[in-house]
Ligand binder design. Structure first.
Ligand SMILES: Nc1ncnc2c1ncn2[C@@H]1O[C@H](COP(=O)(O)OP(=O)(O)OP(=O)(O)O)[C@@H](O)[C@H]1O
Length: 205
């Protein structure tokens, strides 16, 4: 369980004020909000990439620093080094997260076999995004925090992604938190929808 107590976040503007919530395994959570309201900031705070003004965050009772392998967050393909290949990244994730996930299965699933050994600077936007998605599944982490994960994907790939997310959450008891501009798509698979507005993250009934 990801437990958040009294979380307050501020960037150049106030983002969140005194937020309390529990994210449970086996569930999919959609975070919706208009551009610039703080979805990415919230995800960065969960993974200690930015400081929080106030509050406590724990994964299965432990702080993120002690439970890093249980969590996977890769904000954007912009973080990638274009001189490395997709396979370099998948191998890195498998090693760092001590995962036994089969890389070839994942490469085949996302139809990446013809380019996975090429340097990432030769990838299209959708190819990079599929690599990021494959990294999530290769990590085999329990808490998958996905920021606009379907960006740049064609319609068929988006459907495939949502189906896979649903199956993974249920069968493997993952806790999956997704922000998406395609709210109507993700809403069909989400168990909980939270809306961020006016520094409040509120669950829609
Ligand atoms: N490093 C930073 N320094 C100062 N302000 C920041 C920083 N990063 C983000 N902000 C501000 O925090 C607010 C929330 O940004 P954030 O990227 O979290 O929004 P978002 O909801 O993810 O947006 P989008 O839907 O456009 O991706 C914005 O007003 C932004 O300008």
């Amino acid at each position: 369980m990801l437990t958040i107590k009294k979380l307050t976040l501020v960037t150049r503007i106030p983002i969140l004020n005194d937020f309390n919530y529990q994210f449970e395994k086996g569930n999919i959570y959609l975070i919706s909000a208009v551009n610039g309201s703080g979805k990415t900031t919230f995800f960065r705070a969960l993974t200690n990439l930015i400081r929080r003004k106030h509050g406590n965050i724990s994964f299965d009772g432990k702080p993120f620093e002690k439970e890093k392998r249980a969590v996977f967050f890769y904000e954007t393909p912009d973080w990638m080094d274009g001189n490395l290949s997709g396979l370099d990244y998948l191998k890195f994730v498998q090693k760092q997260w001590q995962s036994s996930h089969d890389l070839n299965d994942e490469i085949n699933f996302w139809k990446m076999d013809d380019y996975i050994k090429l340097p990432i600077k030769k990838y299209s936007l959708g190819m990079k995004q599929r690599l990021v998605i494959a990294m999530y599944f290769c990590s085999n982490a329990t808490y998958l925090i996905m920021d606009e994960i379907s960006n740049g994907l064609d319609e068929e790939s988006r459907k495939q992604l949502y189906k896979r997310i649903k199956e993974t959450a249920v069968k493997e008891k993952k806790c999956i938190i997704i922000s998406s501009h395609y709210k109507s798509d993700v809403a069909t698979i989400a168990n909980h929808i939270l809306h961020l507005e006016n520094q409040k993250l509120t669950e829609e009934s």
